[in-house]
Unconditional design. Structure first.
Length: 450
């Protein structure tokens, strides 16, 4: 029969549809005891927060209009539950109603998830939960998805049928009707702040955060209020903190550091690239710069102080001192081993610089040439035929010109004695050029198209 479902398939589809229910469809539905006596209404569901898909452990019942009272029913004492009503396996007299139920050690859907902001670690953004999609599994329920749609909010308010009817009348193909905006629970990270430690209670593995691109992590932080930003930041490991710090605006950077201890500030400023650290420090008053530098190990502090002495739009102000340089007589095999073992603060630029005993720049090579070279050859034998460089005082335009002309992703910076001082990467120069372009656009009152 074309374009028709077989009867057995219709039955299966109907049964599958009964396996899922929205939490909003259960809220305030009547609850009856084993003798069919009305005991109250469904208020909340307590779940195990440690599960990938949290599983129900108890039902919270509420009764009363003015003087509301609450009772917790273990899930094993529920005989039947659907979107119309719930039936208990116990008598009403065994329920223990109390004036309030606010156990902070429990994790419940209505209190801790509905209307809360959460981090969607799949789409890399902060979203607000309007409803929860529940799955019936044997005698339990699991939180399978969260609904972030406007329709989810309309459903909770009880106007879904009315609004659906109006939308269907005017546009039956509307996205509002056709597409459900559901996100799998495994990608959800509730932003519940622990009042004692002022940190976020993490509900998903940190490896999900580590998989998020640094720029997207910064965007997530922009969607939070300052209290949430600080709480989430303090909950992250050092590696993830530095990634976040490099990808948020200056105002947020400053507010985050204001909430950290001296040793935590030192760790952040030490573990981000020197050019990122100087970009942040040079925007602070001198008194604050001096104070922050005092937290940092003296050798690194001196390095930052030197970089702060250069103009921000010069090669000296743009460069980073994190680069790979080896003596010209070093053996290729030894160089590759050191590169493999080295820990980098950011992804390396894949260029290696060759210097003499006085740190003068002799030449440059890259990872590919090293890997194809004779392991016992000296690194000087695999240098590029010609190495281009800029001076500390070189302008942004000069650096950009050389990079574009010779297709360099990084270029070395030397002083007046040809001593290697640092390198400039393409992202450093690009950020400067974008800033210049924006200033020009604003001067001539031209805004780019949205």
């Amino acid at each position: 029969m074309p374009n028709q479902l077989r009867p057995d398939l219709i039955t299966l589809k109907h049964e599958a549809s009964q396996m899922f229910v929205y939490f909003s469809d259960l809220m305030d539905k009547p609850v009856y005891d084993k003798n069919d006596r009305l005991s109250g209404k469904i208020y909340d569901i307590i779940v195990k927060p440690t599960e990938v898909y949290p599983q129900s452990v108890a039902l919270i019942i509420r009764k009363g209009f003015i003087n509301k009272v609450y009772a917790v029913v273990p899930w094993g004492q529920i005989e039947e539950l659907d979107k119309d009503e719930a039936h208990l396996a116990i008598r009403h007299s065994l329920l223990n109603f109390e004036p309030r139920h606010d156990n902070k050690d429990e994790f419940s859907l209505r209190r801790d998830i509905l209307d809360q902001q959460v981090v969607d670690t799949y789409n890399h953004k902060v979203v607000r939960i309007n409803d929860i999609h529940l799955l019936f599994v044997e005698h339990a329920m699991m939180a399978a998805h969260v609904d972030i749609s406007l329709r989810g909010l309309i459903r909770r308010l009880g106007f879904e049928k009315v609004v659906d009817g109006l939308v269907n009348t005017f546009n039956s193909n509307a996205d509002y009707i056709k597409n459900e905006h559901l996100i799998s629970w495994k990608y959800i990270h509730p932003l519940t702040i622990n009042p004692a430690s002022m940190t976020i209670k993490v509900a998903v593995p940190y490896k999900q955060f580590n998989a998020i691109p640094a720029a997207d992590l910064g965007d997530i932080f922009l969607d939070l209020d300052i209290k949430q930003k600080v709480a989430l930041f303090k909950s992250l490991d050092l590696k993830t903190r530095t990634r976040v710090f490099m990808n948020v605006d200056f105002k947020t950077q400053r507010s985050l550091l204001n909430e950290l201890k001296d040793n935590e500030i030192s760790e952040i400023l030490y573990n981000i690239p020197t050019d990122e650290a100087t970009d942040f420090l040079e925007r602070l008053p001198k008194r604050e710069i001096t104070q922050l530098l005092s937290f940092i190990e003296s050798k690194h502090s001196k390095k930052l102080s030197q970089l702060l002495g250069f103009s921000s739009d010069s090669a000296g102000g743009l460069m980073t001192t994190e680069y790979m340089a080896f003596a010209k007589n070093a053996i290729v095999e030894s160089v590759l081993k050191q590169i493999k073992e080295k820990e980098f603060k950011v992804e390396p630029a894949q260029f290696v610089y060759i210097i003499d005993e006085a740190n003068h720049l002799v030449g440059a090579t890259n990872f590919r040439r090293l890997m194809l070279a004779d392991p016992q050859a000296s690194i000087e034998s695999v240098t590029f035929p010609k190495t281009y460089f800029v001076h500390i005082s070189s302008s942004v335009k000069e650096v950009a010109y050389l990079m574009e002309k010779y297709k360099y992703y990084a270029i070395p910076v030397v002083d007046e004695h040809n001593v290697l001082q640092g390198i400039i990467t393409v992202d450093d120069i690009l950020s400067q050029l974008i800033a210049i372009a924006w200033r020009r656009l604003k001067r001539i009152k031209v805004q780019p198209k949205q």
